[in-house]
Design a protein around this ligand. Structure first.
Ligand code: SAM
Length: 265
């Protein structure tokens, strides 16, 4: 595992980056001036974005806990982002100390920080990979060394698919990952939507992300549900994030997206 980010500061700082903007919404400190400026523009339009990001993280924790409680012992977290509070391995370990967690992100700074900050315990691995290239991801030596694809694995695609436009065929990528996993595997997914949101601020928000490292592609409920093709969508289905199996954890919640958990029969 390596230490410092491999990118030069000037290169990394010049363009707003979706991983670090999200880190800023969450109150993190792994962000640069350009990230903060773009994130502040989003917050000016959607002031509850920080709470929505926390709501998304709470969904992630609940979905991971549920999968671990059902006996899943391998977690492939794609678009994992910068380490923050309540990372997947921290949720899983109390329930399943030997579980494997593979974090994947296509952003080299996020990967470098994750390698520096996450434990070197032989069960937590960080891989640089791209959801748009599932074949490469599945062939990655660290992925193969840590995930046994003949056993159930929970694939986590949390707040990442809305950075993949239809032109990159995210449905095919998700299907490829599904086909690589064994029966009993799960897909936990959250996705930004603008269902019910007014069009003008939505367009303004998309324009801000257009200048960042990835475009923002909100999807409707129907378009998001399509990602679960080949999965049995578990109760309560694909719902607003805060409504997915709330566990009574007291926190402010606002949903900017849908979340669901599918089981591969
Ligand atoms: C909003 S963050 C979500 C982080 C975490 N999954 C969560 O929900 O808290 C989105 C992450 O997806 C990553 N990402 C965006 N496009 C990606 C792609 N094509 N492949 C892998 N990661 C990607 C970004 O770098 C960023 O770290």
């Amino acid at each position: 595992m390596t230490g410092k980010p491999t990118t030069t500061p000037s290169e990394a700082e010049s363009r707003p980056n979706v991983a670090r903007m999200y880190d800023y919404y969450l109150g993190g400190c792994h962000n640069f001036a350009a990230d903060r400026a773009a994130a502040e523009q989003i917050l000016a339009i959607f002031p509850d974005t920080g709470v929505a990001a926390q709501t998304n993280r709470a969904f992630l924790r609940r979905a991971v806990r549920y999968a671990a409680e059902q006996g899943v012992r391998q977690f492939l977290d794609i678009g994992a982002g910068l380490p923050t509070q309540g990372n997947v391995h921290e949720v899983v370990r109390p329930l399943a100390p030997a579980a494997r967690v593979v974090y994947v992100d296509n952003d080299e700074v996020a990967v470098a920080y994750a390698r520096r900050l996450l434990p070197v315990d032989g069960r937590t691995v960080v891989v640089r990979g791209d959801l748009r290239r599932p074949e490469e991801l599945l062939a990655d030596p660290d992925v193969r060394a840590n995930i046994d694809f003949t056993e159930p694995v929970a694939v986590l695609l949390v707040a990442v698919l809305h950075f993949v436009p239809d032109s990159d065929d995210p449905y095919a990528a998700v299907a490829r990952l599904r086909d690589a996993t064994a029966p009993g595997s799960m897909l936990a997914l959250s996705h930004l939507t603008m269902d019910g949101a007014p069009p003008v601020p939505t367009q303004q928000g998309r324009e801000i992300y257009q200048r960042s490292s990835a475009p923002l592609i909100p999807r409707t409920h129907a378009a998001t549900a399509r990602f679960f093709e080949g999965y049995e969508l578990l109760d309560p289905g694909l719902v607003w994030l805060a409504d997915w199996r709330p566990d009574g954890e007291p926190h402010a919640a606002v949903s900017h997206g849908y979340g669901g958990l599918g089981l591969r029969p």
